[in-house]
Ligand binder design. Structure first.
Ligand code: PEP
Length: 249
């Protein structure tokens, strides 16, 4: 059975003191839930965040990782470095990494492979731009993002994979895919995985929705049968909002 997951991507926000304060408020207010709850602070605060969350069920995950084992990659972090401090999940392919840091499908494929080889769970992000949706090309774009980065994986890799559908036009814009648009795309993603691998894999992979999820729209989006949770940006930076979204699942 696939897990319900609510993950907060903090992006380049919160220094160490702010990270500790937000985590302490979150821990105090965390509702009882069967969902996995995750937060992704910046690299520099991952270690302190793990310390802050000792004894908590909230998982600390990384926003990114490099594909190489080690070497001359200034500014980058390897799978081994993450594992060594106790991080076993990394977001890969966020649209901001694709747009601002030139991460292509080819690079992302290498990152996914490297993560999985190191037993790092991958939260793979993908989604269409506004023009793709307007021109009706959104299904093709999503299918090719999945194909280019994931279709050559071994079937066994899928137990360590989480998918996050994030239409670029809905990220940080306040505009959200309607619950029906989210469900339609999530069902398509599951169908695409079933065709490329098998139905069992498709039915067992968690597919999160991301794009301006807020306390006011989370219940409706999460109520859709193929939506297994959310990857939350802005609203994850406010403890009460993130807690309300966790309650919504
Ligand atoms: C994100 O960046 O992954 C995201 C979904 O951001 P927001 O919730 O702010 O749209």
């Amino acid at each position: 059975m696939r897990n319900k997951i609510v993950a907060g991507n903090w992006k380049m926000n919160n220094n160490q003191a702010e990270t500790s304060a937000l985590l302490s408020e979150l821990s105090a207010k965390l509702p009882d839930t069967e969902a996995e709850v995750m937060v992704a602070p910046t690299y520099i605060n991952l270690v302190s965040a793990i310390g802050d969350l000792e004894g908590s069920t909230i998982q600390v995950i990384a926003q990114n990782m490099h594909f190489a084992e080690s070497g001359a990659y200034t500014g980058e972090i390897s799978a081994d470095m993450l594992l060594n401090v106790g991080i076993d999940t990394a977001i890969i392919g966020h649209s901001e990494r694709r747009a601002y840091f030139g991460e292509t499908d080819e690079i992302l494929k290498k990152k996914v492979v490297a993560a999985l080889q190191n037993n790092i769970r991958v939260m793979f992000c993908f989604g269409e731009e506004l023009e793709d949706r307007k021109s009706g090309n959104h299904f093709n774009v999503v299918k090719s993002q999945l194909k280019n980065a994931l279709f050559e994986l071994d079937k066994s890799a899928w137990k360590n994979m989480i998918l996050a559908y994030e239409p670029v036009w809905a990220i940080g814009t306040g505009e959200t895919a309607s619950p029906e648009q989210a469900q339609e795309m999530h069902a398509f993603i599951r169908e695409t995985i079933a065709e490329a691998f098998d139905v069992n894999i498709a039915n067992n992979v968690s597919i999160l929705y991301g794009g301006s999820v807020k306390p006011g729209n989370a219940v409706e989006i999460f109520s859709k049968p193929d939506v297994d949770g959310g990857l939350i940006g802005g609203a994850a930076l406010v403890a009460d909002d993130f807690v309300a979204i966790i309650k919504a699942i």
